[in-house]
Write a new protein. Sequence first.
Length: 461
Amino acid sequence: LQANGSLKCEENSNGKICVICTDNVPNSGSLIQTYMFDIAGNKFDKTSQIDASDTSTDNVSNNGPNKKRRVDQDSDNGASNFRIFLEQNVVFHDTMVDRITSQREGSNGMVPRAEPVPSKALVIEDLNGDLPKQLTMQSIREKYGVIARTKPGQLTGDIALKLRVANGTHTAIAHVLALSQLLMTDVLSSGQDKTELLMKYLDSLFTHQILPGAQESFGLEETKAVYEDWRQRLTHPKFGLSSFFITQNGAQKCGIRISPTVSDLILQNKPVTVTTIFAIAAILRFLTPINAKKSVNGIYTGWLDGFKRECSEKIVSDKDTVSYADGLSYNLRQGWYEFRCSCEIMTDNKGPKLLPDLLGSFESVEQPIRYEEIIRSYLTKNDGGNLSDDSDFKDSLNVLVKAVSTIYARMVAGDGFFKLLHEMNDRQSVFDEGGFESPFNVLIDTTPGGGTSRPLHYRRS
């Protein structure tokens, strides 16, 4: 390590140029290699400009043999030489990046906030030993979180654990924070009663759901180490990100980050608990608009926890309106927020519709059974909940749908997030035996259907 903070490396043993992407892009090395090979083919085309429609992202030899050839022999030779150079002298490493940098308050994005160095800030796949030896030293790993993975499958495991543990718990808490008017995740470091309760919820979600689901594939100690590192970051006062910002693409994130845990628990005959049900229901609650009105330019409006749904219909953008993403805002005083959702699902009697349109179509408080068809369709949609509906999952999926519908029905009826979490934590009502670890089947509504005048299942009138 040099005095100026840069890392000096000797020539690597294989003598190759190592290309490492430090942006958070899955399979980044493979993508860069594909683009470079495409450039090799197009760089020497002297007769026309590169047509994006001719670009293939399939990294194989002689890709696209049916494409119209527009290069002369000289350019063919040039492209061939460039490709040979890339193949023989350049290594494009796949990586995983896990560094979150938010902005310092009042800096207009110009001054970052610093978080502690994660244990896996940069993971590099190096199957053939191409990296300089200095970059693989234990001291570099300990000080900078840079790790070289030398065996097939190791990087895949790192990415999977990041999605399930760090990203999964982030998604599970972000929608709750945003709807509860807790705007930054650094509130989790405050030690307030509310945030202590939220951390109990997350700890239980990891300990009794994510860990049991992941340990068979990724190892007990490795999975625990990922959460221990992530928890320290999540509760650090300089780590905070906008909770509303994290909620974006929540419908898809649920399927990518939470559903793998659900699938593994079901396949391994391990219990799904009410913390997972709460996390899924919170995402659906966030994606529920105030009413059945169509979105405006793809933007819907929802209501914050603690506000009456109908009271948030008269929306006026004023000095209290805050933008949290491109074209999306919230107003804490008036109790509304905006969101997008492109998840389209099928229902038996309503055809393909966007998820928020279906969730917003109910004009009054409904019994859980009324939401089941929509929730089932969402949970089994490949760009939604992404859960299987085959025979191995059928019975468990039925229970899952009913359980999510019960908690979701209570949320949209006005039972606040903290009310529900307190019931779990204090072992009240159906959570009296297991608390946060209660199995999801305690939430099944077995009461025959009735009018909206009777109390919701397990909801105190």
